[in-house]
Design a protein. Sequence first.
Length: 205
Amino acid sequence: MKGRTLYFAYGSNLDTRAMAARCPTAERWRTALLRDWQLTFRGVADIEQASGQDVWGGLWWCTDEDMKSLDRYEGAPHLYDRREVEVETAVGTMKAITYVMVKQDGITPPSSSYLATIRRGYSDFVLPHKVLTFAVKDVYRELRAIGITEFVSDGPKRLKPAPQYDGFEWGDVADDDFYDTSEDDFFHGMSIATRKLFELEAVEG
């Protein structure tokens, strides 16, 4: 759309009600898929590069004012920073702007209310909810693997390890400690689901 920026949302900005309040002139467009990245949670949603993984999301056409509003909401460029990515859609590959956390040095679960907002967004864009469920479960599984099993509220959006884990150092844990090959089949099946969803969207216009 001429004069507008294509924005790829993967977290709470999928929710049309939230975006209507935050960016009233943004226009919801269509479903998209970001290859070789994965969804995770550092309390709030984030994405990180991961070969062979996929992130589902939705595309919005945004004005300059919308993008300024998103910068404020995402705390850019200090908490999140803008990143140009290529996403797959039913009408071809597109370049879009998304937001990636500046510091990617730990994971913590989202709060139930924040997760509910993202779930509404998944419904709005007709995205597969099992992908979101898997990402959240993965965070809990990875934390359990290093002995963290209890969490407390850390504001309206996120949880944090309970006080007894205050001495935990993320630098002591290698990424390989979190790898679980038992979930590989989940991602192998996504390409089929992707094609079906994109074909349906193309037919519906």
